[in-house]
Design a protein around this ligand. Structure first.
Ligand code: PLP
Length: 464
C-alpha cells in the first residue's frame, strides 16, 4: 500500500519519517528525539500542520513561494502539460513549446543583453553550469588558463560539489574536500559584524577592492569570473553598502572578467524589482535563477546568458546538460507563475504596499533590547541579535546559540522565521498583506521577548 495520507496520527508520521527519511542540513539524532513538524497544506502565506496549527510562513518555504501557496492556476498548468507532453528532452536538435516560450519570456524580463537561457532543475545545478560555461567560454576564446572563479566567504551558491565550492560556507567545505580546484574567496560586505570603525560606505569600498587585490594575487590572466548574490540570502540577508556594487562592476570591467549574479533568491521581485541587478543597477554577464522562477511549485533553475558569451559558445559543442534541462512541466508552471506575477502586478504590490509596510514594521523591532541593526531590501529582511547594540557586540556563547533559541520561540508562536548564526531572517511571500505583516511582527516581537527571558534565565545575556 502506498502511504500518501496526512491522516495518520502525527506521532506515526514522525516515526516513519525518522525511520526512513534523511533530512537536508539536519542532525538526525536531534530530530529523532523531537519529531519533525508535519506540514499538510497551505494557502497564501499560511501553512497548516498535522496538529491543525495555523503557521505564518515568513520564509516563503526556502525563499521561493513568491506568489504564495495554493494557486490553482499553477496546478492546472502542470496537469495540462502532463497530459499533453509530460516529458521530452532538448538534447538532440529537438525542442518543445514550454522550453522555448519560457526562454523567450526570461530574455524579455532579464536586463541588458541577457537573451539566452540554459536550463537546470535548481540553483545548484545552474551554478554548476556556470562554472563549466565560463571555463568553456574562455577556452573557446583561446584563453584556457582563465579558469579561476572568485566568490565570497559566507556566500551561498548551492549544495552540489560546484555550488558548495563557489559558496563560502566553511562547514560545507569541511565535508567532502571542497572547494574544487580553481575557486578563490574574498570577504563579504557584512558591515555590522566586520566593519569595525569604518563607515558602511568606506567598508563597502574596501571589501569590493579585495576583488582587485585577489585578481592581482592570482594573476589577471588566470581569472575568468566573479560570482556573488546581489544581497546575500542564506548568509543572513547581508545588504551591501551602496558603495559596493559600482566598485565591483568597475573592477570586473578593468580586468575583463565576467560577472555572474546569483539571483536565485533576489530574482522575481524579492528585492523590489524583477532582479537584484536592477535594484542595484549592475549589468551582469550571466544570471543564475531558480526558486521564485516557479514560486517553488516545480523544480527549475536556469542560467541566463549574454549575447557575447552565447556567441562564443556557438562555435563549440558545449558538452553539458541535464536529463531535466527545460523539463516541460516545470517550464509550463514557471510560465504560469510569471503570467500571474505580471497580470496581478505583484512587483507593484511589493513596491507600493508590502515592502513599505514590512520596512516600517521590521524597523520598529529595533527598539527591542536584544536587537541591534535591522536591515531590509524589498521583501528580504534581517536583524542582528546582540547583548550590546552600542558596541555591535557578539554574544559570549558559541555563534548560533542565541539565534537557535529565538528561532524556537518563533516556531512556538507559529511564525516561521529563520536564524543564521545570531541573525534573524524573514522573506515572506511577496503577496503578503499589511494585516498579515502586522501578525508577523506581533509574533516576531513575542518570540524576541520570550527569547530575552530565556537568555536571562540561562545566564546567556553576555557579550564576548
Ligand atoms: C538556494 C540557493 C541556491 C541553490 O539552489 P537549489 O535550488 O537549492 O539548488 C543557489 N544560490 C542561491 C543564492 C540560493 O539562495
Amino acid at each position: 500500500m502506498t502511504l500518501l495520507t496526512n491522516h495518520l496520527p502525527t506521532a506515526e508520521l514522525q516515526a516513519i519519517d525518522s525511520a526512513h527519511h534523511m533530512h537536508p542540513f539536519t542532525m538526525g539524532q536531534g530530530l529523532r528525539e523531537k519529531g519533525a513538524r508535519v506540514i499538510t497544506s497551505a494557502k497564501g502565506v499560511w501553512m497548516r500542520d498535522s496538529d491543525g496549527a495555523e503557521i505564518l510562513d515568513a520564509m516563503s518555504g526556502l525563499w521561493c513561494v513568491n506568489i504564495g501557496y495554493g494557486r490553482d492556476e499553477l496546478a492546472e498548468a502542470a496537469a495540462r502539460q502532463m497530459r499533453e507532453l509530460p516529458y521530452y528532452n532538448t538534447f538532440f536538435q529537438t525542442t518543445h513549446v514550454p522550453a522555448l516560450a519560457l526562454a523567450q519570456k526570461l530574455a524579455a524580463l532579464a536586463p541588458g543583453d541577457l537573451n539566452h537561457v540554459f536550463y537546470a532543475s535548481g540553483g545548484s545545478e545552474a551554478n554548476d553550469t556556470n562554472i563549466r560555461m565560463v571555463r568553456a567560454y574562455w577556452a573557446a576564446k583561446g584563453q584556457p588558463e582563465r579558469d579561476v572563479i572568485i566568490a565570497r566567504w559566507n556566500g551561498y551558491h548551492g549544495s552540489t560539489m560546484g555550488g558548495a565550492s563557489l559558496g563560502g560556507m566553511k562547514g560545507m567545505h569541511a565535508q567532502g574536500g571542497l572547494p574544487i580546484p580553481g575557486i578563490a574567496h574574498i570577504d563579504q560586505p557584512n558591515w555590522w559584524a566586520e566593519g569595525g570603525e569604518m563607515s558602511p560606505e568606506e567598508f563597502g569600498l574596501a571589501r569590493a577592492q579585495q576583488l582587485e587585490a585577489k585578481i592581482q594575487e592570482i594573476g589577471p590572466e588566470r581569472v575568468g569570473a566573479f560570482i556573488a548574490e546581489p544581497v546575500q540570502g542564506a548568509g543572513g540577508v547581508i545588504i551591501p553598502p551602496y558603495s559596493y556594487w559600482p566598485e565591483i562592476r568597475r573592477i570586473c570591467d578593468a580586468y575583463g572578467i565576467l560577472l555572474i549574479l546569483d539571483e536565485v533568491i533576489c530574482g522575481f521581485g524579492r528585492t523590489g524589482e524583477w532582479f537584484g541587478a536592477q535594484s542595484y543597477d549592475i549589468a551582469p554577464d550571466i544570471m543564475t535563477v531558480a526558486k521564485g522562477l516557479s514560486s517553488g511549485y516545480a523544480p527549475i533553475g536556469a542560467s541566463i546568458v549574454s549575447d557575447e558569451i552565447t556567441g562564443v559558445l556557438d562555435g563549440i559543442e558545449f558538452s553539458h546538460g541535464y536529463t531535466y534541462s527545460g523539463h516541460p512541466v516545470a517550464c509550463a508552471v514557471a510560465l504560469e507563475n510569471l503570467r500571474i506575477m505580471e497580470e496581478e502586478s505583484v512587483i507593484a504590490h511589493v513596491q507600493n504596499t508590502a515592502a513599505p509596510a514590512l520596512k516600517e514594521a521590521w524597523e520598529s523591532l529595533g527598539d527591542h533590547p536584544l536587537v541591534g541593526e535591522t536591515v531590509i531590501k524589498g521583501m528580504m529582511a534581517s536583524l542582528a541579535l546582540t547583548p550590546d547594540k552600542s558596541r555591535r557586540a557578539a554574544f559570549a556563547s558559541p555563534v548560533g546559540t542565541v539565534g537557535t533559541r529565538c528561532r524556537e520561540r518563533s516556531f512556538a508562536n507559529n511564525l516561521i522565521m529563520r536564524h543564521v548564526g545570531d541573525r534573524m531572517v524573514v522573506a515572506p511571500p511577496l503577496v503578503i498583506t499589511p494585516d498579515e505583516i502586522e501578525i508577523l511582527i506581533t509574533r516576531a516581537r513575542k518570540a524576541l521577548d520570550e527569547c530575552f527571558e530565556l537568555l536571562r534565565a540561562e545566564d546567556l545575556y553576555h557579550s564576548a
